[in-house]
Design a protein around this ligand. Structure first.
Ligand SMILES: [Zn+2]
Length: 150
């Protein structure tokens, strides 16, 4: 699918509450609020969010963009911050979602191989990449970019 067909993301600025609409930005673009010029929040809905098994079909299998999934266990690590930073850099080109392996054992059993934390990438409803274990920022960025070139 042509990336220009991907739906734009709507991110609300945490400072001035203005809604920013982001369409396919260039690589390494850091989204800033069009109104107050502050950086948009990395944890804004639409940049990364946690999804459940009930949403998997719609959010992952039917997504026109590549989807990077962070399968996580209950332990919160530095990986979440890194994941959100890389997600922000790739706004409009890939979707980043988080799935609790503990709360969604069926999804974890079907799509995970080995233990958490684990990143997988889906494209057009097919699993095309996997990375297991803690990641540095540069390795997660390289992994996401390698699988999300549009
Ligand atoms: Zn603002």
């Amino acid at each position: 699918m042509d990336p220009s067909d991907a739906p734009p993301l709507h991110i609300v600025c945490a400072a001035c509450r203005m809604e920013n609409v982001l369409e396919c930005p260039p690589p390494n673009f850091i989204p800033r609020c069009a109104n107050c010029r502050r950086n948009l929040p990395v944890d804004a809905p639409g940049v990364t969010r946690e999804i459940t098994a009930a949403e998997f079909e719609q959010e992952v299998m039917n997504c026109p963009r590549p989807v990077v999934i962070d399968f996580f266990s209950s332990r919160e690590g530095g990986l979440r911050t890194i994941f959100e930073m890389v997600a922000l850099e790739m706004v409009g080109r890939a979707k980043f979602v988080r799935i609790s392996s503990k709360d969604n054992p069926d999804l974890a059993g079907r799509y995970m191989s080995g233990h958490c934390p684990q990143m997988v990438v889906f494209k057009g409803g097919r699993l095309v990449g996997r990375r297991t274990g803690e990641q540095s920022e540069s390795s997660l960025r390289a992994f996401a970019r390698a699988h999300c070139v549009l």
